[in-house]
Design a protein around this ligand. Sequence first.
Ligand code: SAH
Length: 367
Amino acid sequence: MADEFSPLEREIRQRVRVAGPMPIAEYMRLCLTHPQYGYYMNRDPLGARGDFITAPEISQMFGELIGVWLASVWQQQLGAPENVRLIELGPGRAAMLLDVLRAAKTVPGFQEALVLHLVEISPALRTVQEQRLEPLGLTVQWHSALEEVPAGPCLIIANEFIDALPVHQAVKQADGWHERVVAIAPDDTLVIGIASDPLPHFEATLPQGLRLSPDGSIYEWRADTTALEIGRRVRHDGVALIVDYGHAWYGLGETFQAVSGHAFTDPLRSSGEVDLTAHVDFAALAQSAESMGARVHGPIAQRDWLRRLGIDQRATALKAHVPYSKTIEIDQALSRLTASGPKGMGELCKAVAITDPKLDQLPGFES
Ligand code: SAH
């Protein structure tokens, strides 16, 4: 009987029996980052053979454009400071970082000014990052959280990082909003339940437009401090660029989902063995960062942002030097990064920049 459950599911069931149903955020945190069985902790889940593929894994163009963007912001907006920390949150297989660093060489002095800090919780992915960055001979420091990175002028980048941070859910009922929790059903399976008592004073924390939502409405929020910490760090000589799946404005509905082998699956099955994500609420992210004194630019659809940075021209330039079969791959990658609809990343993925408030115009974010 016990063997039909993953080791983590056994542990989660034990915790629920002892301590009661757990918030979805706690379930998500355990599934992704439990020290022993967490999804990210001992595997490399990215790429065509993994569970999901990200923009930098689809094409070098993505990281290259970000590299040129960072170099230009460093030079034109920040005044080319020395010893600027390039901090990447959740670098995965370091694909984006390698492309960023290669493209950054086109601006004299930029690469030399960088001190690399990688915020990565997964020992397995740290090893991959170390191996792939080693040939560059640069000094790299790893950290488990952004709070650990020393202060100073910084460039922060994060692609598909925030969507992996735990998300809470509440459902509206006649007597208020109740947190959604992971519980054990009478037939012994894990199920989503709702906490018996409503969340105290929850309505007051909701965006105004959502306070009169109909019963049954679901609201998602992240309770971690990442957005606050990004805002705090960038407000003096800093810039953060965040690209992720998400919505530009507050909304209702659930986006908590599981992916395995490039297909959606049940988030409550195979705990710790499938990827769990939830969309980023860019309005909430912006509000947290602004509350710390930072300025927010965007969000803007990934398609529009990449076009403004010249992805079409970059694709044409790359195609000029490769055989025909490769040009088809480049076109497919371009389409995947910029297409609308559920299969493309062009609209659902968005870019937002969070900066020192003295920076008023940023490339690609012009209104
Ligand atoms: N940015 C990469 C990888 C995205 S996957 C890309 O675009 O290809 C998410 C990354 O964030 C992985 O490297 C994962 O190990 C890391 N990660 C997830 N949760 C984390 C946490 N709480 N703290 C630090 N890193 C985390």
